[in-house]
Design a protein around this ligand. Structure first.
Ligand SMILES: NC(=O)c1ccc[n+]([C@@H]2O[C@H](COP(=O)([O-])OP(=O)(O)OC[C@H]3O[C@@H](n4cnc5c(N)ncnc54)[C@H](O)[C@@H]3O)[C@@H](O)[C@H]2O)c1
Length: 721
């Protein structure tokens, strides 16, 4: 058992610097938090701490070393008051809508040395542990957003109430390369049982940081009771009063018993470990460390659990993956919201009617998105009525599904349905102020469509193309007004993929670019501005990923070995699994484009084309991982007899990517390396723990090997979670 009172935390506090009431990026809770006495209905006083950094809800409270210090001092004072019988209980709540957003990760990420990392882990335990040693019961009144360390404040209290309108509730640590190390990894399984604990601490964060719904958090047993927002504080106080005077007995049926610990526990951990390995491989450390902690929590020894959390957190905070995660998180939180090179949004033109040319796979998906998000009329067209109808049927079917799942209200569903119309008569496009094409990927067809549409629409209406590989400038070469031309590259599936590459050609004017950025934002997507270069960002780099895999396959390397070779990169799936997902035809096409553009650097594989003609190319295991070629593929593909060693494959793809990214930056495809990373995180699922592509390539020495230098990144600040 660690005696936290015997530890000298001065070096940590010195490293954190003085308390601050929050410049834009510090967001300390410190200076505006306050304690007030609340009279309990049955007599006596409850001391209520309100966490408040003095800013509105757009800047949540976070927990840095100084914040913890202040909380600790408040708790010491309250323990003294409890000792003299002045107060009957202590409760913690937050400013409106916000309990707290967890540890101040920008502070944590500056604690580069291992000793400070350890002190940070221990300081959390030291301070939050005071909540259980006040001499009177402690309550958490969780009135709003509570993430990570904030949830651990609540868990360290004796009792917990929850506001039913709380929008964000989660343990995002594993998603960020950490573990819930201020008590979460130990208390949660001992409160809600092992299966729920795995879901909450490991599975949810890996599902793109999925939040807990308040009702689910209550049902799991994380909270004792839930109240509506209107009278939350008042009812929480009354409930606490009931607990204090014995009128309310708190039951916790989910607390695991002996049998669960003996039988269910090890099985659940084993299944979780196998599933994790199958799903994400072994490159990411934090999910496995979290599982180790959950496994060990079986002994029910909380103090021992806290000591284990300290060890795990120390190794993660002082390791690479956490810092990479913070970098990635920061990009997604900040750079994605203020894209580099975007003109002032005041220049954006109004979009009151959208025209979509094509009603195929992509067009029908984004027609629905435009209607749902912009709530303006959307007109789709295709070469014949049957194709238009097919597109409309798809859209209506999707609206029905959303209605069933409660993601659209009946009124909204009716409205969206009415907004989407189909026609074969392009003259109806006359009053559209935004037209986007998603017809066949053929230059001639796309030019022809633009030639048809331009005389019909207003001179200033934006003309966009969803091409994935053609030159946007060439597509618009015959336009009379090429200043309103822009590339607007969605990814499939449109509803899921968060990225749009906005392609600027030399003629694109500021108003067009501003409009494209604004439209992307209103569609709920992150946009990155790219130059009109082959494959833009994502497809160009995926072509490297695919090309090296295809080259190894062509030489005779088994697909499973190629998948394994890529595993250390930590991509969500191996290269062939990814190709199988995007479609072998699409992959072959992307490959051709890149080989056409840069024949010296990209690898052309006939086998990709042969595979594109097959119904099934690969065999998969129960986790969806590619394990072998299908029988048909074994027959159809022409494979060599010189398999490549796994390390060699990895080396080739790492260096190939580093070299290509360097060239892209030199060509000015994007403004900075961060944009490449943002594109790869949002458009290719590059894992947070690798920090996007460039920090990873630096870390493994690939940049050094490829071009004798590293990529350059600015420092990171102001992140929490
Ligand atoms: N499939 C993907 O994953 C993906 C991803 C991003 C971008 N894209 C790009 O989106 C575009 C469309 O791809 P898709 O996969 O939706 O193809 P698709 O074949 O499903 O749809 C294309 C549609 O365009 C129609 N069309 C052809 N000529 C037309 C014309 N003159 N007027 C009106 N309609 C016409 C076709 O009948 C067809 O319905 C391509 O440029 C492609 O590169 C595709």
């Amino acid at each position: 058992m660690t005696d936290y009172t015997a530890i000298d935390f001065t070096p940590l506090l010195d490293a954190a610097g003085p308390a601050s009431d929050g410049g834009r990026d510090t967001g300390e809770v410190v200076t505006h938090s306050y304690v007030r006495d609340v009279a309990l209905p049955s007599g006596g006083v409850l001391a209520l701490i309100t966490l408040d950094n003095g800013h509105d809800h757009t800047r949540p409270n976070t927990l840095g070393p100084r914040t913890l210090q202040e909380l600790g001092a408040a708790l010491d004072a309250l323990a003294a008051r409890a000792g003299s019988g002045e107060i009957r209980a202590v409760a913690v709540t937050g400013k409106p809508f916000i309990f707290a957003a967890g540890a101040d990760l920008s502070k944590v990420s500056t604690l580069a040395n291992e000793e400070n990392a350890r002190l940070m882990a221990q300081y959390g335990h030291f301070v939050l542990g005071k909540l259980g040693k006040l001499g009177v019961p402690s309550f958490a009144f969780v009135n709003g957003l509570a993430l990570g360390g904030a949830m651990e404040i609540a868990l360290n209290c004796d009792y917990r109430t929850l506001d039913s309108s709380t929008a964000a509730l989660a343990f995002p640590e594993v998603f960020l390369g950490l573990i819930p190390g201020w008590g979460g990894a130990t208390i949660v399984p001992n409160l809600v049982g092992i299966e729920k604990a795995i879901e909450i601490i490991v599975s949810n964060p890996l599902k793109n940081n999925r939040m807990l719904k308040p009702k689910d958090a209550l049902d799991a047993g994380l909270f004792d009771v839930m109240f509506g927002a209107a009278s939350f504080l008042e009812r929480s106080v009354r409930w606490a009063d009931g607990v204090l005077n014995g009128a309310i007995t708190v039951e916790r049926p989910n607390v695991p018993g002996k049998m669960e610990r003996l039988t269910k526990w090890p099985i659940a951990i084993k299944i979780a470990r196998d599933t994790l390995k199958g799903r994400i491989g072994t490159a990411a450390k934090s999910p496995y460390l979290a599982l180790d902690l959950l496994a060990a929590a079986k002994d029910g020894d909380i103090a021992a659990g806290f000591a284990r959390e300290d060890e795990a957190l120390t190794s993660l905070i002082s390791g690479d993956q956490f810092h990479a995660s913070i970098y990635a998180f920061d990009l997604v939180q900040k750079r994605a919201k203020r894209p580099a090179g975007a003109p002032p949004k005041e220049l954006a033109q109004k979009v009151q009617k959208v025209g979509i040319i094509g009603a195929g796979l992509m067009a029908s998906q984004f027609a629905l998105l435009f209607a749902r998000k912009l709530r303006v009329p959307v007109l789709i067209t295709d070469i014949d009525q049957a194709r238009v109808d097919k597109g409309l049927d798809y859209i209506r079917g999707e609206i029905d599904k959303m209605l069933e799942k409660g993601r659209l209200t009946p009124d909204d569903a009716n409205q969206v349905r009415a907004l989407v119309q189909g026609t074969t008569d392009k003259s109806l496009y006359a009053d559209c102020d935004w037209v986007i094409e998603a017809v066949f990927e053929e230059l001639g067809v796309k030019q022809q469509v633009f030639a048809e549409i331009e005389p019909i629409i207003a001179e200033t209406a934006i003309i966009a193309t969803n091409t994935s590989s053609l030159s946007v400038e060439n597509i618009g070469a015959k336009l009379a007004h090429p200043e309103r031309l822009v590339g607007f590259h969605f990814f499939n599936p449109v509803a899921v993929m968060p990225l749009i590459e906005v392609v600027k050609v030399p003629t694109t004017n500021e108003a067009t670019l501003a409009t494209a950025m604004e439209v992307a934002k209103r569609l709920g997507k992150s946009a990155v501005i790219t130059a009109d270069r082959p494959g833009f960002v994502v497809n160009r780099l995926l072509a490297k990923v695919f090309g090296e895999a295809a080259r190894a396959l062509d030489d005779g390397t088994p697909v499973a070995a190629v998948e394994r070779a890529y595993a250390p990169i930590g991509l969500p799936m191996g290269p062939f699994e990814l190709i199988d997902l995007v479609g072998w035809k699409v992959a072959a096409h992307v490959q051709d484009t890149m080989v056409g553009a840069f024949p010296d650097r990209f690898y052309a594989s006939e086998n990709l084309h042969r595979a594109a003609d097959l119904e099934q190319v690969v065999e998969k295991d129960k986790h969806g991982k590619v394990v072998d070629l299908s029988k048909a593929a074994k027959k159809a593909l022409i494979l060599g007899t010189s398999p490549v060693a796994e390390e060699e494959i990895l080396r080739r793809v790492q260096e190939g990517l580093a070299n290509e990214i360097k060239l892209m930056l030199d060509e000015g495809v994007v403004a900075a390396a961060e944009d490449i990373d943002l594109c790869m995180i949002l458009g290719a699922g590059w894992p947070f723990q690798a920090g996007g592509a460039t920090p990873y390539l630096d870390r493994v020495g690939a940049s050094e090997r490829a071009f004798g230098d590293k990529f350059h990144h600015p420092p990171i600040a102001g992140t929490h979670g």
